[in-house]
Design a protein around this ligand. Structure first.
Ligand code: ADP
Length: 426
C-alpha cells in the first residue's frame, strides 16, 4: 500500500487483536497530517490488544508521538550475522571466491559497524568490481566502511600516521600504554587480565594530548575512532543525544577499537541556554562507559577541567587520569629534536639544549611553531636553518603560560592536587 493515510485507515477498520508491522513507515511520519492520524489511531487502539510495530533503519518517532512510542534499538550485526550476509552475496553466479578462512574472517571483520544492508552493498561492490572475492577486497571493504562512517558525521576513522617516536617526553604515559600493548587478546583474558577501559588526558592546550591519542591505535594495532564532541551539538543533524548513542553503538560494533573522545569538556560547556541537552549527552557517555561490555578503549581528552563534574573523575571510571603539564627542560629538548627530525634536520647540528633552556613555559605545540616560523625566515633568506633563527622566533612568541597565566596556573594547581597522575616521568 502506497498511501500512508489509507494504510492507517485500513488498520483502524481491522478487528481483533493483532500485531501490525509497518515497514519503513518512518519515511512518512514526519508529515504532520500522518503523525496526527497515527497518534489518533494509537489512542483508539488502546485496550484493543492491537499494537503497531514500525521497522526502519535510523527510524526515530517524531516529537508528536514521543509519548506513545517505545523505541527499541537493535545492535548492529555481529560477525555471525555479517558472515550470513557474505554467504548470501556469494551465491551470485559466476563469482570466484579466493579466500582462506583467515582472510574471510578479516573481510567480515572489516565490515563490523555496518548495518546488514550497508554490508550487503559493500560486499557486492567488492565483487562486481572484478568478479572475484579475494584478499584485496579487505582493503576495499575497509575503505568503503570509512566512507560510510565519515558521511554519518559522528565518528571519524583515524589512519595511524603518528607513532610514539613523534611524541617528545611524556614517558610515564608512553610506558603505561606500552605495558598494555598485548592486553586485549585471548591470551590476556586467559591470564585473568581485564581489558583496559580507558584513560583521560587532561592539560593545557598544545601539550600533546591529541598527539598521544592518535598514536594509541597504531601502537595497539586497533582502529582509532574519533568522536568530535563539539560536532554532536551541530543543530543540523538530529538530536545530540541520539547522535551520541549512535556513535557509541557504532564504536562497540567495531570493537576492539580505541575510541577517542575529543574535547570532552565541550559536552558540558556547550550551549548556555541548552544546558539540559549537554547534561544528557554527557550522562549518555558516562552511562555507556560504565555499562559497555565490548573491548572499546576510551581516550578522553580535555583542556578545561573547571567544566568537568567530579563524577567523571571518580576512581574506576577510567583506569588512569593523566595530566600533561608544561614540558620539563629535558622534554623540551626531546620535542625540539622530534620536530627538527620531522623536517629533515639533524638535531645534533643545532644547540638544542640551549634552546630548551631558553624555552621555559613553552608547550610542545609552541616549540613546533617556533621551528616552523624559523624555517620560513631562513627559507626566505635562501639559507639553511640555524639555531639562532629558532631562538629568535621563540623570543617573538608569547607562550600561553604567560598570556593566560591565571588560567594555566589554576589548571596546574588543580591537577597537582592529586587528582591525576603526571604523564611525565618524575
Ligand atoms: P593538545 O591536544 O594537548 O591540545 P596537540 O596534541 O594537538 O595538543 O598538539 C599540537 C601539536 O603540537 C602536535 O600535533 C605536535 O606536533 C606538537 N606537540 C605537542 N606536544 C608534543 C610533544 N610532547 N611531542 C611532540 N610534539 C608535540
Amino acid at each position: 500500500m502506497r498511501d500512508p493515510l489509507e494504510a492507517l485507515d485500513r488498520v483502524r477498520s481491522m478487528t481483533g487483536a493483532m500485531l501490525v508491522v509497518l515497514r519503513d513507515f518512518h519515511e512518512y511520519w514526519e508529515d504532520p497530517q500522518v503523525a496526527r492520524r497515527l497518534r489518533n489511531l494509537v489512542q483508539q487502539l488502546r485496550g484493543t490488544g492491537t499494537a503497531l510495530l514500525v521497522i526502519g533503519a535510523g527510524a526515530r518517532p517524531p516529537a508528536a508521538l514521543a509519548d506513545e512510542a517505545v523505541p527499541i534499538e537493535l545492535p548492529l550485526p555481529d560477525l555471525d550475522e555479517l558472515s550470513g550476509v557474505l554467504a548470501e552475496v556469494c551465491e551470485a553466479p559466476k563469482l570466484r571466491r579466493d579466500l582462506t578462512d583467515e582472510q574471510s574472517e578479516r573481510l567480515i571483520q572489516a565490515a563490523l559497524g555496518l548495518t546488514s544492508s550497508q554490508a550487503r552493498r559493500v560486499f557486492t561492490k567488492a565483487i562486481v568490481h572484478n568478479d572475484v572475492l579475494d584478499e584485496r577486497d579487505i582493503a576495499l571493504v575497509l575503505e568503503e566502511k570509512r566512507e560510510i562512517i565519515r558521511s554519518s558525521g559522528i565518528l571519524e576513522f583515524h589512519a595511524a600516521a603518528e607513532t610514539a617516536d613523534d611524541v617528545g617526553g611524556l614517558n610515564a604515559l608512553k610506558a603505561w600504554l606500552r605495558l598494555r600493548q598485548r592486553a586485549f587478546g585471548h591470551e590476556a583474558r586467559e591470564y585473568g587480565l581485564p581489558a583496559p577501559k580507558g584513560i583521560a588526558l587532561i592539560g593545557i592546550p598544545g601539550t600533546g594530548k591529541s598527539l598521544t591519542a592518535k598514536t594509541i591505535g597504531g601502537l595497539w594495532g586497533q582502529p582509532l575512532l574519533r568522536l568530535d564532541v563539539g560536532a554532536l551539538f551541530s543543530s543540523m543533524m538530529g538530536e545530540s543525544e541520539q547522535r551520541a548513542r549512535d556513535a557509541l553503538r557504532l564504536a562497540e560494533a567495531i570493537a576492539p577499537c580505541v575510541l577517542w573522545i575529543d574535547e570532552l569538556e565541550k559536552a558540558l560547556s556547550h550551549g548556555g541556554n541548552d544546558a539540559g541537552t549537554s547534561m544528557r549527552v554527557f550522562a549518555t557517555i558516562l552511562h555507556w562507559m560504565q555499562e559497555r561490555s565490548a573491548p572499546c578503549f576510551v581516550v578522553a581528552t580535555a583542556n578545561d577541567v573547571s567544566a568537568l563534574p567530579p563524577e567523571l573523575m571518580r576512581r574506576g571510571r577510567f583506569d588512569e587520569i593523566f595530566f600533561l603539564d608544561l614540558p620539563s627542560i629535558t622534554e623540551r629538548e626531546e620535542i625540539l629534536a622530534v620536530h627538527l627530525r620531522k623536517r629533515g634536520r639533524d638535531p645534533s647540528a643545532f644547540r638544542v639544549a640551549g634552546l630548551a633552556a631558553a624555552a621555559e613555559g613553552y608547550t610542545g605545540a609552541e616549540l613546533e611553531q617556533a621551528i616552523a616560523d624559523a624555517m620560513y625566515t631562513s627559507f626566505a633568506e635562501r639559507r639553511e636553518l640555524a639555531t639562532e633563527d629558532i631562538s629568535r622566533s621563540l623570543r617573538r612568541q608569547v607562550p600561553l603560560s604567560v598570556s593566560q597565566r591565571e588560567r594555566v596556573g589554576e589548571l596546574r594547581r588543580w591537577l597537582k592536587d592529586g587528582r591525576a597522575v603526571s604523564a611525565s616521568s618524575p
